[in-house]
Design a protein around this ligand. Structure first.
Ligand code: NDP
Ligand code: 8X3
Length: 259
């Protein structure tokens, strides 16, 4: 039987892409899910789908992780049966635009910093004290290759993902001496709604990011998250860097055609 059975897993950004795939993957393992994102209707539809397919127990929360008060209220109101979160997947995140750092629109700057950095800190601050009290838990951050390498037009987004890397490393030290685990899963190109969001709904531009190559799928990333979460309790996977075979570095993408 899976060691994730009946574990309570809180996933941010569960309405799309990697977060959605993580929800399905944890549901398959028999976990109980708290699904959060701003688009509540998508979460409700996912929860119903998982109930039908895996008999998954889940709760959905319409939540903007950038709103500190809302995050603390959401976590604080989970109650006895849902409040003891075993695994937090800090996945909500975005890139906005592809501009030089000094030409980044103020609303893009705010959007990336507020969600990718401050949102992740808010969620971690709301959930980790309970994990420390219980001396048990696992925070899994979704970082990125953008947290290791910078590419033209991605400076601000990459800076936020470098921050995620620092937060991941520092959190493990903050938790030194406890049994709480901290991992970062850092993928390269993954075909999701990420580029559609980055290019403000421009499908053609978004599709061109993944054209003629074979990027990771969100399910590939979710499988890795499950692997991190299901290691024996004394094992902490600090970080996983993963890319499609067709990608060798931030901007080295082999556009040899789709398999
Ligand atoms: P998607 O755009 O498909 O999904 C992003 C998710 O984040 C959505 O569920 C969205 O939900 C949620 N989200 C965005 N802003 C907020 C917010 N303020 N509060 C709560 N939820 C929010 O992209 P991905 O699945 O690709 O992205 C997931 C993570 O993976 C991000 O952190 C991204 O940086 C990272 N990543 C992505 C890669 C890629 O190539 N796709 C590669 C490496 C890392 P809603 O809009 O409903 O709020
Ligand atoms: C997403 C990967 O290279 O599109 O974090 O920025 S990339």
């Amino acid at each position: 039987m899976s060691n994730l059975r009946n574990k309570i897993v809180f996933i941010t950004g569960a309405s799309s892409g990697i977060g959605r795939s993580c929800a399905v993957a944890f549901a398959r393992e028999g976990a109980r899910l708290i699904l959060a994102a701003r688009r509540a209707e998508r979460l409700d539809a996912l929860a119903e789908e998982l109930k039908q397919q895996f008999s998954t127990q889940s709760r959905t929360i319409a939540l903007d992780v950038a709103d500190r008060d809302a995050v603390f209220e959401a976590v604080g109101s989970l109650g006895d049966s849902w409040g003891d979160i075993d695994i937090l997947v800090n996945n909500a995140g975005k890139a906005l635009g592809l501009d030089k750092s000094y030409e980044t629109r103020p609303e893009h700057l705010e959007g990336m910093l507020e969600t990718n950095v401050k949102g992740l800190i808010h969620m971690t601050s709301a959930v980790v004290p309970g994990m420390v009290d219980r001396n048990h838990g696992h925070v899994i951050n979704i970082g990125s290759t953008a947290g290791r390498w910078v590419y033209p037009g991605g400076t601000v987004y990459c800076a936020t993902k470098h921050a995620v890397r620092a937060l991941n490393e520092g959190l493990k030290m903050d938790l030194h001496g406890t049994k709480v685990r901290v991992s970062s899963v850092d993928p390269g190109l993954v075909e999701t709604e990420f580029s559609l969001v980055r290019f403000d709904g421009d499908h053609e531009r978004a599709d061109s990011v993944y054209s003629d190559t074979n990027p990771l799928t969100p399910d590939d990333v979710a499988e890795t998250v499950i692997w991190c979460a299901s290691r024996p309790a004394h094992v902490n996977i600090s970080e996983v860097l993963m890319m499609a075979v067709d990608q060798s570095h931030a901007t080295m993408v082999n556009r040899r055609g789709r398999d």
